[in-house]
Design a protein around this ligand. Structure first.
Ligand SMILES: *[C@@H]1O[C@H](CO)[C@@H](O)[C@H](O)[C@H]1NC(C)=O
Ligand SMILES: *[C@@H]1O[C@H](CO)[C@@H](O)[C@H](O)[C@H]1NC(C)=O
Ligand SMILES: *[C@@H]1O[C@H](CO)[C@@H](O)[C@H](O)[C@H]1NC(C)=O
Ligand SMILES: *[C@@H]1O[C@H](CO)[C@@H](O)[C@H](O)[C@H]1NC(C)=O
Ligand SMILES: *[C@@H]1O[C@H](CO)[C@@H](O)[C@H](O)[C@H]1NC(C)=O
Ligand SMILES: *[C@@H]1O[C@H](CO)[C@@H](O)[C@H](O)[C@H]1NC(C)=O
Ligand SMILES: *[C@@H]1O[C@H](CO)[C@@H](O)[C@H](O)[C@H]1NC(C)=O
Ligand SMILES: *[C@@H]1O[C@H](CO)[C@@H](O)[C@H](O)[C@H]1NC(C)=O
Ligand SMILES: *[C@@H]1O[C@H](CO)[C@@H](O)[C@H](O)[C@H]1NC(C)=O
Ligand SMILES: *[C@@H]1O[C@H](CO)[C@@H](O)[C@H](O)[C@H]1NC(C)=O
Length: 815
């Protein structure tokens, strides 16, 4: 970081600038921009950034994640700011632990990286309610993300709070801090056209820009996906799988790609999405060639660093190689002249950058089914594989091709902790005390109508009880009919569970119809409605209701299907949350200890809805990330030592979709609609593994896991695992190539299993090999076994006696 020259854009004389520096004695970084790049301290820079959402990991994990991001060739870390996490109740703030935003930016600074602050405060990170606090709805006249005083006042108050906090800690570039860009609003352009009142929308987005600029942060403001009606004092940027064909609206601003999706998020009914390293590398290389509710607890996103903080190979290494090549070309890319030439087809384009006497070339091949041969001015011919980009930093030698991976592929394995850990998971249990809510009608308040859930509970709990009582002269059987806007409903009559149902992902409205028996006298009807994360995206997403709003709730004659009693306007009493939530049962407090039954040699009920379970365990030894395997459970929430690991729902099985059976990196990647590919985990629980960050665990003392099982499950199947590289595989196309293999977390290579030429069958971890090379196997075994990592050169000798004289060398080792 160099001394600040001047924040003013006015053309001052250099001498004056120096004087200003001496007077102010600040050391900071100046961030400006032109049509080609961000200009940092007077130099055009390529800034490659990666996203780390601070509340999705622990402060103890941050330094390692940031270090790995830097080693992967990134210059900047970007993050959203999570308003509903920071201000869970109006004017009650949380900046502790995972929400310590200043500490997060300081870690970035300590690592010598830049930062991008994406305040939003509407954020599009598949985060509950888009990051907006549910209490906003209680303010009268409130309309989200539109031109109205109540919303704008709250948004400005929060934005100013965040900016002031970061200014106070000197986190902005001009102050010597890491933040070089800041963002206001997010993907508003996507919904503007879908709002009824587009004038108010337009006024709002211009207000956002003016309010942001008033904050005086000294770095440029950006707006993502704001392609129409762009306020003049912000930079509009692109989010997407591919941004090479996108250009900003103004000619004087650079092309910035704020979100480049490495995969896709996972929903409870969906398998795992994978975007190949080849395709991301293709899209990134293309970018530079052309200048340029129902979401699971896991937010892995198939990113280069996985949700446990492990390096995902080959994606990480393949992109690191790309970043290095691009960085070596920074000067010519940002200062050079450029010319595009279509070669044999408009699908094959060469872009030549020239500066002084040097030149650099990109050759892209957009055919998804054929390689092409391209002849350069020099007369040399290069083969460019299908759906790939070759980069020739000197226009002569291919330094990188996006479809040719030189990094190892790692297969991560989950190893059960020594058997004793499982044995030490001795469970005790406690029923959820539902009784008071079944009969005694003391709720928080009463109303003669069926209310919307989010407005009633303020999203302080997933659960809202709706209870009423009903006099009946004699015993009778009816069908209880409930119409609800979701997401999940449990119905109890006189304390007995009579029905449960949830809406399919994205469906929300559904009807429950279940037979019920009434006795003579007073009957109690208790409906427990549960949300599963609030909607977070789309025009007017905040207006999407939840719960039994308006009903109807009816008792229907079993024979004629006619309504016998409509209870919609009965006196309903309301209570948000479950008794255990008020008692904080998850904290395993001393006062509650006597309530648990079972223990070491006792038995516990399984498949029992509304049950708390508790077990103690020893922290697995070592450094490898720890995960809890929750297969066997129904639906609920899990805590370790009082830390919430999230909602679980392993009984919800992922769909078997079109993209489950095929995976070809070639061709456009999609995460929705037709043409899905590279899905895994189809027909399996959407999520069964939960990261238990090491900082949640205590070594040498018992650790406590508490489950709130809502639907009924079998906790005796729960187990703990550690995750590390299990198999490492690498390929070498040419004699002379170096083949590098590495394990993780200090583990060593225990064996080299395959070293063969030709086409290897199967996948890494289960290769069957092609033409076995005894010489290669011996060379790799000698160099690698017992080592954490090794590098061996592919030589001519490996061919001898293998039976194949050409083809790729494939090696597989076990860690
Ligand atoms: C897009 O994402 C990939 C993977 O994280 C990264 O390597 C690449 O640098 C990103 N592209 C840009 C233009 O930042
Ligand atoms: C609002 O929508 C109307 C009709 O769709 C259109 O004519 C008008 O230009 C829009 N105004 C703005 C500010 O986008
Ligand atoms: C190359 O082909 C593309 C269509 O794929 C076209 O848009 C572009 O203008 C062509 N470029 C040149 C330099 O002819
Ligand atoms: C370009 O090359 C010529 C001839 O080799 C040389 O005389 C000249 O100094 C070079 N120019 C630059 C800017 O490097
Ligand atoms: C470019 O490649 C795509 C994908 O293979 C193909 O569908 C398209 O027809 C090609 N375009 C031309 C002009 O050959
Ligand atoms: C490209 O050239 C190689 C020889 O260098 C040849 O084997 C291959 O068939 C050619 N591919 C195409 C698509 O013409
Ligand atoms: C159920 O409730 C929704 C939302 O209030 C309403 O639109 C719908 O008409 C109702 N359906 C039935 C069958 O009552
Ligand atoms: C009553 O409704 C059920 C399903 O809701 C249907 O199967 C049955 O045929 C209906 N009976 C009459 C008499 O309409
Ligand atoms: C319940 O009250 C609403 C509003 O007063 C009314 O429109 C509706 O008809 C009532 N429903 C019944 C079943 O009485
Ligand atoms: C559980 O049973 C084992 C043997 O079956 C016994 O050694 C142990 O003391 C018992 N533990 C408790 C807490 O009762």
């Amino acid at each position: 970081i160099r001394p600040l020259l001047a924040m003013e854009r006015a053309p001052l004389l250099p001498l004056l600038l120096l004087a200003a520096v001496a007077l102010a004695a600040v050391s900071g970084t100046e961030v400006a921009y032109n049509d080609r790049a961000l200009v940092i301290d007077g130099e055009r820079r390529i800034v490659i950034s990666g996203s780390i959402h601070y509340p999705r990991s622990t402060p103890e994990m941050w330094p390692d994640l940031i270090r790995k991001a830097k080693e992967g060739g990134l210059d900047a870390i970007e993050t959203y700011v999570f308003w509903n996490g920071h201000e869970p109740r109006r004017r009650e703030y949380n900046f502790e632990g995972s929400y310590d935003i200043v500490r997060f930016f300081k870690e970035i600074q300590d690592a010598g990286m830049y930062a991008i602050l994406r305040i939003g405060p509407y954020i599009c990170g598949e985060w509950n309610y888009g990051g907006l606090p549910a209490w906003l709805r209680e303010i009268s006249g409130m309309q989200f993300r539109m031109h109205n005083h109540p919303f704008e006042r709250e948004m400005e108050t929060f934005t100013t709070l965040i900016v002031d906090k970061l200014k106070e800690a000197k986190m902005f570039a001009g102050q010597g801090g890491p933040i070089i860009l800041s963002q206001i609003e997010n993907e508003y352009g996507n919904i503007m056209g879908k709002l009824n009142n587009n004038e108010s929308a337009s006024e709002y987005i211009h207000w956002c820009a003016a309010m942001a600029n008033k904050q005086n942060v000294g770095v440029p403001w950006i707006m993502c996906q704001q392609d129409d009606d762009v306020p003049s004092n912000v930079i509009n940027t692109c989010n997407g799988f591919y941004c090479h064909d996108w250009f900003p609206k103004r000619a004087d601003i650079p092309k910035i790609w704020t979100e480049n999706w490495t995969g896709w998020f996972k929903a409870w009914d969906k398998p795992d999405f994978h975007r190949s390293a080849e395709d991301i590398a293709f899209s990134v290389a293309m970018f530079f060639q052309k200048r340029g509710p129902y979401i699971t607890t896991s937010y892995d996103y198939d990113a280069p660093l996985d949700e446990y903080g492990n390096i995902r190979q080959p994606k990480y290494g393949h992109l690191k190689d790309l970043h290095n090549v691009l960085k070596s070309m920074e000067k010519i890319l940002l200062h050079g002249d450029y010319k595009d030439t279509n070669m044999s087809s408009t699908n094959v384009t060469m872009t030549k950058y020239t500066l002084d006497n040097s030149s650099a070339c990109f050759i892209s091949n957009k055919f998804d089914d054929k390689e092409v041969n391209v002849t350069l001015d020099t007369g040399a011919t290069h083969v460019v594989p299908a759906w790939s980009v070759s980069i020739l930093p000197d226009c002569k030698t291919v330094a990188y091709n996006s479809a040719k991976i030189k990094t190892q592929t790692s297969v991560m394995v989950k190893r059960p902790e020594v058997e004793t850990v499982r044995e030490s998971l001795a469970w005790s249990w406690m029923p959820v005390n539902l009784q008071p809510f079944m009969t005694d009608e003391k709720g928080n308040f009463r109303k003669n109508e069926l209310l919307e859930q989010i407005a009633t509970s303020g999203d302080q709990s997933d659960y809202l009880w709706y209870r009423t009582s009903f006099e009946h002269k004699e015993e009778a059987t009816y069908k209880l009919h409930v119409n609800t806007t979701g997401h999940e409903l449990y119905a109890f009559v006189n304390g007995k569970l009579v029905g449960k149902q949830h809406s399919p992902n994205g469906g929300f409205v559904f009807q429950m119809e279940t037979p019920v028996k009434l006795h003579s006298g007073k009957n109690y009807i208790s409906l427990l409605s549960a949300t599963i994360g609030l909607k977070n995206y789309g025009a007017l997403f905040e207006m999407m209701p939840a719960g039994i709003v308006g009903g109807p709730v009816k008792l229907v004659d079993t024979v004629t299907n006619t309504t016998a009693y409509d209870l919609s306007n009965s006196s309903w009493s309301y209570k948000a949350g479950l008794a255990g939530e008020y008692r904080e049962t998850h904290l395993d407090k001393a006062d509650d200890r006597s309530q648990w039954s079972g223990g070491l040699n006792g038995t516990i009920p399984v498949h029992r809805p509304f049950t708390w379970y508790k077990a103690t365990f020893e922290a697995p030894a070592g450094e490898e990330p720890v995960v809890a395997d929750l297969l066997g459970l129904g639906k609920g929430v899990v805590w370790v030592n009082g830390n919430n690991l999230g909602r679980y729902w392993p009984s919800y099985v992922a769909a078997d979709m079109g993209g489950c059976k095929q995976c070809d990196y070639r061709g456009t990647f999609k995460a929705e609609g037709d043409g899905l590919k590279c899905l895994t985990g189809c027909n399996e629980p959407s999520q069964r593994f939960y990261h238990v960050p090491r900082s949640f665990l205590k070594a040498g003392e018992p650790n406590t896991m508490v489950l709130f099982e809502e639907a009924g499950g079998d906790p005796t199947r729960v187990n703990l695992h550690t995750v590390a590289v299990g198999a490492a595989c690498a390929e070498a196309a040419e004699v002379g190539d170096q083949v590098a293999l590495a394990c993780s977390h200090g583990r060593t290579i225990s064996s080299v299993d395959v070293a063969s030429l030709g086409v290897a069958r199967g996948k890494c971890g289960a290769y069957e090999g092609g033409c076995e090379s005894k010489a290669a196997l011996a060379a790799f075994t000698a160099a690698c076994v017992g080592k954490e990592s090794c590098t061996v050169r592919h030589t001519e000798d490996f061919r001898a006696g293998s039976g194949c004289d050409s083809g790729v060398l494939t090696v597989q080792a076990t860690c």
